[in-house]
Design a protein around this ligand. Sequence first.
Ligand code: ZN
Ligand code: ZN
Ligand code: ZN
Length: 241
Amino acid sequence: MVCPQCGTQNDNRGETCSRCKRPLHPAAMKGKIPCYVHANREATTSCALCGNRLCTTCAVAVNGIDYCEGCAPATALRQSYDEDYEKLPVLDTTQVPIATFDSRFFAAIIDMGVLFVGIVVAVLLLWLLTGGSLDFLRSAQSQPVAYYLLRFVILLSVPVYLFLPVALHGQTPGHRVCGVICLQPDGHIVTIHQALIRALMQILSALPFFLGLAWMIWDKDKLTWHDHVSGTRLYEWQANT
Ligand SMILES: [Zn+2]
Ligand SMILES: [Zn+2]
Ligand SMILES: [Zn+2]
């Protein structure tokens, strides 16, 4: 079934979405049998061949018998539905304020702290593996493998850390602690593409002494460079899932 919040196709049995980890079935669906395609729609019938539960939009009626999309004869008339219409936003963006500079600033401090600790751990590991020498921090001469490995790990871990959690459920660990969430302006989970652009642009925003982040102080919509470029927004939100 399709997750109503992020639109990801899920295994039919799951209780939570494999991507955003939010409950697949909204509270309003409690005690009702969901359609096998739409987690947020009640099933009204089932497929005569495979038994899949179907909502009124998904049922394909042929001579008074209901089939699912896959089992219905190829010539049968199928109803069309708008996939976006089926999705529910994570939050109502007209009711929730855009994240304040303070929340974002502290979230950034926490995320940088986590990354810093990770890098220190990597340095310690390399230090142990190279027999107690920190030469690899300065030059590639004596320990080229450790030298390049450390730089590779840093180059890879920063964008992955910024990208992955936002693409999955909208929040880095820092966002989670500070009660903010990164979403599309209509309140849906961001697309993989948006999360990727955002993560890369965040690095560019940070390079000129965090000018891209500080931008939100003057910006009329309180947006940073990476918000603008990726078309995403950060909202104040105390997680309730
Ligand atoms: Zn989801
Ligand atoms: Zn079927
Ligand atoms: Zn359906």
